[in-house]
Design a protein around this ligand. Structure first.
Ligand code: 5GP
Ligand code: ZN
Length: 111
């Protein structure tokens, strides 16, 4: 399948990988929106987090657990998770992912 993030998982496209387990890969976003901006993705392909959550509740929970563990490892005491599902919500890569952002203040509501 011609998917950018599948290629990052299998190593055929380079990325700065922060953590990789049997289930997930976490790597730096190429266009960071905060001092810390990682993407946490499942190693298997789902189109978006909505589809993944419906198909595999355990894996979606695992991704949140990893986000929290990585934030702790990086010493972040405040951090934000962003999940864009669908093009109108800002999704541009159609392999499920969680954005983990930290290191600055964030407005709420996000706009
Ligand atoms: P989305 O807009 O789908 O929620 O997020 C996709 C993210 O992937 C964007 O923040 C974008 O900067 C990031 N991205 C796109 N292409 C690449 C790439 O080739 N490498 C990395 N590391 N990040 C990418
Ligand atoms: Zn994929």
């Amino acid at each position: 399948m011609d998917c950018l993030f599948c290629k990052i998982v299998n190593g055929s496209i380079p990325a700065t990988i922060v953590k990789q387990t049997e289930k997930i890969t976490a790597f730096n976003d190429i266009s960071p929106q905060a001092p810390t901006h990682l993407l946490i993705i499942p190693n298997i392909h789902f189109e978006n987090m909505g589809k993944l959550s419906e198909a595999d509740e355990k894996l979606s929970g695992e991704m949140l657990r990893e986000a929290s563990a990585i934030a702790k490892d990086l010493g972040l005491d405040s951090w934000r998770i962003n999940i864009n599902t669908g093009a109108s919500a800002g999704q541009s890569v159609f392999h499920a992912h969680i954005h983990l952002l930290g290191g600055r203040t964030f407005a709420w509501p996000p706009g």
